[in-house]
Design a protein around this ligand. Structure first.
Ligand code: PLP
Length: 393
């Protein structure tokens, strides 16, 4: 028997994986599966970004880069935070480029969480946060906000969850899995609670540009100098520019934290892929072109969002909030007397529809549907979902 470490034994394998593996298996066997499981845009990376990377490759940018990222890219990201996110005086030294937003989150947690520390994670949460906290030796403490609370925790909830052991609270707006976007006032109130308690915020803003209905994205680090000193902002290129496979994430933090993060990265992953960073640099330097590409994707996402939302709410027993960010809807489906897990297994089996059950997100009674898929799949999937639910009664 393998002698596994505490970390390996403590980690929970993704509960969504079983459904996902089953869906892939069915697809490979030639079944016509309607997949709502994807956590990635179905578009290709914009051409000019790919060209910049190809050029870097052709020019031999194939060697190690500095651990925190190529200097031009760090500078461009710092500038973006000042210009676009209204964070004052961000220096390139506060920015670290890592191999993916996921790793940026992990680095942020490793930089401030010690064994025994508590990290507050609002549920529904992205599946990886609690596991990353456990890998750092910390204890995840979840607080719940369901559909009735618009999937938003209140300042009181946060205040009550803080103990002398709390080090960090995770905020993720727009959210995976709910698509919820916090308002400026809501974020300011939560940030204030964190500042008063002397805890850090990890603000995961990976979906910051995927917004609908005219809502704005607000970075907690922009509120004040005190806020900037308390917030580690994590983001990346995957979702905004359809670059999931490039593995490029960002982190922006007070300089001493960014320095610690760069040190941890230097001893674990070294740097994010050098030539990939040149593609990201083009995305940053040709910002108008980038936003034009994002706008095109958003128009498609928005149409699909509304179509899926309407279709879901037309089904008896399903209640779905009008999410205004990311590319997920997170309907409640507890009226059928089935756990989300059983609902997901059954609908995959009987109707070949893949949805992600809510349990893994800390939200039993809900399921996640991604609309980063074709109109055809959404239309067909809704028909099947409707038929399935009417059979359940
Ligand atoms: N944060 C959230 C909330 C996500 O949903 C994801 C991807 O699914 C990530 C971070 C990390 O993305 P990546 O590692 O592809 O940059």
């Amino acid at each position: 028997e393998a002698k596994l470490s505490t970390w390996a034994r403590n980690i929970t394998p993704s509960p969504t994986l079983a459904v996902d593996a089953k869906a892939k298996e069915l697809k490979a066997a030639g079944e016509d599966v309607c997949g709502f499981g994807a956590g990635e845009p179905d578009f290709d990376t914009p051409e000019f970004i790919k060209e910049a990377c190809a050029k870097a490759l052709a020019e031999g940018k194939t060697k190690y880069a500095p651990a925190p990222g190529i200097p031009d890219l760090r500078a461009a990201i710092a500038e973006k935070y000042v210009r676009d996110n209204k964070v004052e005086g961000v220096e390139p030294s506060q920015v670290v480029v890592s191999p993916g937003g996921k790793y940026s989150c992990s680095l942020a947690i490793m930089a401030v969480v010690s064994p025994g520390d508590e990290v507050i994670i609002p549920a529904p949460f992205w599946v990886s946060y609690p596991e990353m906290v456990k890998l750092a030796g910390g204890t995840p403490k979840t607080i719940f906000a369901g559909k009735e609370s618009e999937f938003k925790i209140t300042p009181e909830q946060l205040r009550e969850a803080i103990t002398p052991k709390t080090r960090l609270v995770v905020l993720n707006s727009p959210s995976n899995p709910t698509g919820t976007v916090y308002t400026r006032d809501e974020l300011e109130a939560l940030t204030q609670v964190a500042i008063e308690a002397g805890i850090y915020i990890m603000s995961d803003e990976i979906y910051e540009y995927l917004l609908y209905d005219g809502v704005e994205h607000v970075s907690p680090a922009s509120f004040s100098k005190e806020a900037a000193d308390s917030v580690i902002t994590v983001a990346g290129f995957s979702k905004t520019f359809s670059m999931t496979g490039w593995r490029l994430g960002t982190l922006m933090a007070p300089a001493p934290i960014a320095k610690a993060v760069a040190s941890i990265q230097s001893q674990t992953s070294s740097n994010a892929t050098t030539f990939a960073q040149y593609g990201a640099l083009a995305a940053m330097q040709q910002w108008d072109k980038s936003m034009e590409a994002v706008k095109g994707m958003l128009e498609v996402f928005d149409r699909r969002r509304l179509f899926l939302l309407e279709g879901l709410n037309a089904i008896d027993g399903i209640e779905c909030a009008r999410a205004q960010g990311a590319f997920y809807l997170f309907p409640k489906m507890d009226a059928f007397g089935l756990s989300a897990h059983d609902f997901a297994s059954k609908i995959l089996e009987e109707e070949k529809v893949a949805v992600v059950p809510g349990e893994g997100f800390g939200a039993p009674g809900y399921m996640r549907l991604s609309y980063a898929t074709s109109d055809e799949v959404i239309e067909k999937g809704l028909e099947r979902l409707t038929r399935f639910c009417s059979k359940l009664g």
